[in-house]
Design a protein around this ligand. Structure first.
Ligand code: F6P
Length: 328
């Protein structure tokens, strides 16, 4: 198969994640090393549909390993969700003479890749890049480690104000469907309570825990709320509900938002992205397709991409128990 892949196309799609540029650099450089041409499509699948791409050679990816965002830009293409859109994308791949694809993104990106791969014969490999860390087949996704550190840093700062004013803070973090950021940043920043989409801990329990915190003489409290938490109230409603029921608390809300997706990638994310990028190119050259690269127990492995999107990567419930013990 090595001889049949002469040009590889790469794209970044879905929410950007720190380390995507490091992955693009690794893909472009590995292509150059193996004497394969490489092109990068702009704005994910939308650029593929429009035939909007740039040539990526070893030099065009210089000095991007430490840059946040993605030089190729990203998008969630609605046109690619239609059969006509995917047909156009295929035609533009044929025109650009691309004979293998590397898709960097999260589950939405991989879902698109699987549908596309069924309709059109083109080998592809996925690289998990999302701050959410919610992909099966890998312990870590690109961007997660950086986002965690950004969140912990932000919460440390919020804690300064919380304890200076004896306040209760509700801090909303990203994760529509996954509580990895909330749970790990919560433990890392010593939050009093962590609310995640995977588990409904109940409003009664939250009130009880905050009551106890006050009784134990805590001067500040931080509740981390994942965007998609199961308790059924948004972070503002939650703060209001708590202060109505516990009037001796002065509460504030802080929504961290998209700052969690930006910034220079951590060393961990740069190394991870570099390993994933090389493995993705080598996998295509070895004739593999419909697979995702991942890291399990520090080994770079391949998982069927259908497997990766079929199930959800479960959180480590042990961390909820640890958080309970440590927020005493
Ligand atoms: O999937 C990454 C993510 O940042 C989620 O945590 C968040 O829910 C979503 O993307 C936000 O998407 P957008 O930037 O399109 O609003």
């Amino acid at each position: 198969m090595r001889e049949t892949i002469k040009k590889i196309g790469v794209l970044t799609s879905g929410g950007d994640a720190p380390g995507m540029n490091a992955a693009l650099r690794a893909v472009a450089r590995a292509c150059s090393y193996y004497d394969v041409e490489c092109v990068g499509f702009y704005r994910g699948y939308q650029g593929m549909i429009e035939g909007d791409y740039m040539k990526l050679d070893a030099r065009s990816v210089k000095n991007i390993i430490g840059k946040g965002g993605t030089i190729l830009k990203s998008a969630r293409s609605t046109e690619f969700r239609t059969e006509e859109g995917r047909q156009k994308a295929y035609e533009s791949l044929v025109k650009a003479e691309v004979d293998g694809l590397i898709l960097i993104g999260g589950d939405g990106t991989f879902n698109g890749g699987v549908v596309f791969g069924k309709e059109h014969k083109i080998p592809f490999i996925g690289i998990p890049g999302t701050i959410d860390n919610d992909i099966v087949g890998t312990n870590f996704t690109i961007g997660y480690d950086t986002a965690l550190n950004t969140v912990v840093d932000a919460i440390d700062k919020i804690r300064d104000t919380a304890s200076s004013h004896n306040r209760l803070f509700f801090v909303e973090v990203m994760g529509r469907d996954a509580g990895f950021i909330a749970l790990n940043a919560g433990v890392g920043a010593g939050a009093e309570e962590i609310l995640i989409p995977e588990e409904d801990l109940g409003l009664g329990r939250l009130l009880e825990s905050l009551r106890k915190s006050k009784a134990r003489g805590k001067s500040s409290s931080i509740v981390i709320v994942s965007e998609g938490d199961k308790i059924g109230k948004n972070v503002f409603e939650l703060a209001e509900y708590v202060t109505q029921n516990l009037p001796n608390y002065e509460a504030r809300v802080s929504v961290l938002g998209h700052m969690q997706r930006g910034g220079s990638p951590s060393c961990f994310d740069r190394v991870l992205a570099s390993r994933f990028g090389v493995k993705a190119v080598e996998s295509l050259l070895d004739g593999k397709t419909d697979m995702m690269v991942g890291i399990i127990n520090n080994e770079i492995v391949l998982t069927s991409i259908e497997e990766a999107i079929k199930t959800t990567h479960d959180i480590n419930r042990e961390l909820l128990r640890i958080s309970d013990i440590l927020s005493v």
